[in-house]
Design a protein around this ligand. Structure first.
Ligand code: FAD
Length: 552
């Protein structure tokens, strides 16, 4: 009997994991990966660090090569083979050999599309000038390295302040270049709310990165000395020896479209929970597909390696006749910048507001990564979003020097399972002094949020203080003297009981302290004495962060 032919287009995160899993499930099928580039299974996520000389050997970026696939797994990898067209009727793919120009036809019984996503390159004047790069492949990053080295480049403009833009800024600074980052929005990192993203921006600013926010690039011009000039819409001009475009990515769907496969409303290939497309013999995975956002129930396209790998596994299961289902995504991600980590999962406040969702509340906490008495404790800034009506988790963001991933990963796991703030408060997590606290930051965030859900601690938000509120600073006198929120009256927590008569009884009182804890104690006292009191979680630390997000 002829072997079942499984053809996979794209040999990196989704495609390679699908191929390897399928072989583990089915020894009998013939698996072929078509990859248009010179590498299979390479580490796209490592490219910025290769450019930044943190990873110095190109070989470290190649996780497996064609020989390994053949010898270990019996999987044929065809490098430099670009799929040009899929014909579902004859179940075949027309392929062009990138080096010889030869056209070939590969038949299939099952086809998997994992072509990824292409960097966005808007049709701006001058965008194709030499020295303007996108970062997607190992050859891209080699070209950037060679450009820097051969020209002795000293300055760069990075366009776009998402993950890749920020990682590129860090790595170019690491190489000693001066870096200007231009971002259209008023703050970097759209996966974070501004008061969290600003902490990352400040770290980069401390290392010399210059930010141009709320401004977009209009065009590029070449100069006589071979360098570039970047012209912004505002009229500002920036000189640079190279430009990195990091404006986001777009799913590669041309093969799917031309084959007549259904494309989702978000522009990604439509798939079911088994990663099957509208053609029952074609599966699609990774950056090219439309996924289900498990928090909103809405479709979205998401370019992250974790979902691509998991989807590859689900597609393999489905091809092998198993019934595995992909659960959907929640955009859990992390980036590091000069020792600072920023991680997020689920929805941001910005996204909730944009969607017109008003049944949400947020709390900010600023605990240490482990108990303060053990040497080396550092602060974690954590924001938790949830539904006050039922306590359901909606999202979380954290920024800090250490153990940030662990906190967001735990919250992400609960979020995927539809968990609540009470689940976080009750989570049993490991503890000893050098690793955490008996009341871990995750528990702490859950407890603070539970106080909101239970009505014990109504909260106020710096961006949205109740009208006519009396602003009460319950920190000590010396802290107040060092700086406070304009319009605040200082009554330290320690004297609140004796100074109670000084408080208005006919309007809301909004209490704040440094991080929110003394504010909570004040609110409990005031509410038990008949005052409509609310706490600003995150305290003046969050207020300071928000102030930094304002554009001049
Ligand atoms: P890819 O891994 O992009 O693979 C697609 C492959 O298909 C490519 O090799 C391409 O050459 C090939 N291909 C496309 N069309 C054809 C065709 N017609 N014929 C043959 N071959 C074709 N994600 C994270 O979660 N964390 C990170 O830190 C992170 N950092 C990143 C840093 C950079 C610089 C980049 C570019 C991406 C990063 N990502 C990160 C995203 C992550 O790499 C992707 O989400 C993931 O690789 C998607 O897997 P995929 O299989 O869908 O596509």
């Amino acid at each position: 009997m002829e072997k079942k032919k499984v053809l996979i287009i794209g040999g990196v995160a989704g495609g390679a994991s699908c191929a390897a899993r399928l072989r583990r499930l089915d020894e009998s099928c013939e698996i072929t990966i078509l990859e248009r580039g010179p590498h299979v299974s390479f580490a796209n996520c490592g490219l910025p660090y290769f450019i930044g000389d943190v990873i110095t050997a190109e070989s470290k970026l190649v996780l497996a090569n064609a020989e390994l696939f053949r010898e270990r797994f019996g999987i044929e990898v065809k490098l430099h083979h670009e799929a040009m067209a899929v014909d579902p009727a004859s179940r075949s793919v027309t392929v062009r050999h990138a080096l010889t120009g030869e056209d070939l036809v590969f038949p299939y019984d099952a086809l998997v599309l994992s072509p990824g996503a292409a960097p966005i390159r808007p049709p701006l004047p001058g965008i194709d000038l030499p020295g303007i790069f996108s970062v997607r492949t190992i050859p891209d990053s080699k070209r950037i390295r060679e450009w820097i080295d051969s020209r002795g480049a000293t300055s760069a403009v990075v366009v776009g302040g998402g993950y890749i833009g920020i990682e590129m800024a860090e790595n170019l600074l690491h190489r000693g270049l001066s870096v200007t980052l231009v971002e259209m929005q008023n703050e970097i990192l759209p996966n974070f709310d501004p008061e969290m993203a600003v902490l990352v921006r400040q770290r980069l600013e401390e290392r010399g990165c210059r930010f141009v926010l709320g401004n977009s690039v209009a065009s590029f011009e070449g100069r006589e000395n071979g360098s570039l000039q970047v012209l912004a819409k505002s009229g500002a001009k920036f000189d640079a020896d190279l430009v990195i475009l990091a404006l986001g990515v777009r799913p590669e769907t041309s093969l799917a479209r031309e084959a007549g496969l259904k494309i989702g409303t978000t522009g990604g290939i439509e798939v079911d929970s088994h990663m099957r497309t509208s053609d029952p013999r074609i599966w699609a995975v990774g950056d090219a597909v439309q996924s289900l956002n498990i928090v909103t129930g809405q479709p979205l396209v998401l370019a992250l390696a974790g979902p691509a790998n998991r989807q590859g596994r689900v597609a393999a299961d489905s091809i092998a006749g198993r019934n595995s289902e992909f659960r959907g995504v929640q955009a859990t991600s992390i980036l590091g910048v000069f020792g600072l980590a920023a991680a997020s999962t689920g929805l941001t406040e910005t996204a909730l507001r944009r969607a017109g969702d008003s049944d949400f509340e947020s709390v900010h906490i600023h605990p240490m990564n482990h108990v303060g008495y053990y040497p080396g404790a550092t602060q974690i800034h954590l924001k938790l979003l949830f539904r006050p009506s039922n306590g359901k988790l909606l999202g979380a963001q954290a920024v800090g020097e250490a153990d940030v991933a662990r906190r967001i990963d735990v919250i992400a796991a609960f979020l995927q399972k539809g968990g609540t703030v009470e689940d976080l408060a009750e989570a049993e997590l490991c503890y000893s002094p050098q690793f955490g606290a008996a009341k871990d930051p995750v528990n702490f965030a859950g407890m603070v949020a539970s106080n909101v859900v239970d009505g014990d601690m109504p909260v106020a938000n710096w961006e949205n203080l109740p009208g006519g509120a009396f602003l009460l600073d319950v920190r000590d006198d010396d802290e107040f003297a060092e700086g406070h929120v304009p319009g605040a009256t200082n009554i330290p927590l320690a004297t609140l009981r004796q100074d109670f008569s000084a408080l208005p009884k006919d309007r809301p009182v909004v209490a704040y302290c440094k991080v929110g804890q003394r504010g909570y104690y004040a609110v409990r006292f005031l509410r038990q004495n008949g005052i409509d009191a609310r706490n600003v979680t995150g305290g003046i630390l969050t207020w300071n962060a928000l102030r930094e997000t304002r554009l001049d």
